[in-house]
Design a protein around this ligand. Structure first.
Ligand code: ATP
Ligand code: MG
Length: 255
């Protein structure tokens, strides 16, 4: 049975998309059949792996509220063992549509839509939007695990407590199997004192959850989406490519 993993954090710009794209691509490189699902109306994961956001036949919106079979929305990418269900601005407003639709379980729309597809992949990686709205709730309700990308900042700790509360509620109410697969430190620079302080706090409160690998701040990682490729296909030897491969390896041992 495939594992679905949400990359989620309601805080914006913390490296969710960069991590979802590069972990998914790295899992493909490691030989796992992987599906990346773009669940953000910004469509950054879609353009980040070179798929044009305009004129898509189907997007994740059609799967969630258009009764399109998830398999029909899958696009093969140019990268090893990596497929994508894309997204674009059309997804904006879907949270409202999910609630307005006459479904008795609005939180389970994604879970139901992916029940068949789950067996076709080793890993399904979901790039969530920066909010704790219905899209993220659906993703968490459908997932086996959640990876929380975060930056080492003071406010990040406050955001993390809120996110953990939400994850706890979803676990209690909708998805008892959900586990926090790991907390991933992104845009990491270990020269800063604050970084060390935040890391110490994280270790104190969430022992065992921190990925051993941190993702360093690096120019290759920030320029790769401009070329429409994961960093491994932009510069195999870069630090970013190696760190994301290490995270993918660690992930595969955790879930
Ligand atoms: N390790 C890194 N080194 C350098 N730049 C990075 C790194 N990780 C992410 N970035 C850059 O930081 C910005 C935000 O990253 P990203 O889009 O992955 O965050 P996000 O959490 O998905 O944002 P949003 O909340 O808007 O969806 C992007 O411009 C990205 O290229
Ligand atoms: Mg994003």
């Amino acid at each position: 049975m495939g594992k679905m993993i949400s990359f989620a954090n309601q805080k914006g710009g913390v490296g969710k998309t960069t991590s979802a794209v590069n972990v998914a691509a790295s899992l493909g490189v490691l030989g796992y059949n992987t599906l990346l699902v773009d669940l953000d109306p910004q469509g950054n994961a879609t353009s980040g792996i070179g798929i044009a956001k305009r004129n898509l036949k189907y997007t994740i919106k059609d799967v969630l509220i258009g009764h399109v079979d998830a398999t029909a929305a899958v696009i093969k990418t140019d990268f090893e063992k990596l497929s994508l269900i894309p997204s674009n601005m059309n997804l904006a407003g879907t949270e409202y549509d999910i609630l307005r639709d006459d479904t008795s379980e609005p939180w389970a729309v994604m879970k139901n839509a992916f029940s068949d597809l789950k067996n076709a992949y080793d890993y399904i990686i979901v790039d969530c939007p920066p909010s704790l709205g219905m899209l993220t709730v659906n993703s968490l309700s459908a997932s086996d695990g959640v990876v929380i990308p975060m930056q080492c900042e003071f406010y990040a700790l406050e955001g993390l407590s809120q996110l953990m509360i939400t994850i706890g509620k979803i676990k209690d109410g909708y998805n008892k199997n959900l586990i926090v697969t790991g907390i991933l430190l992104t845009m990491y620079t270990n020269r800063m004192l604050l970084t060390q302080q935040v890391k110490t706090e994280l270790k104190r409160h969430y022992a065992g959850k921190l990925f051993e690998t941190n993702i360093s701040r690096g120019v290759k990682l920030s320029e790769a989406p401009g070329f429409g490729v994961p960093v491994y296909y932009h510069d195999k030897k870069s630090k970013g490519a190696n760190e994301y491969l290490a995270v993918a390896t660690e992930l595969s041992t955790r879930i």
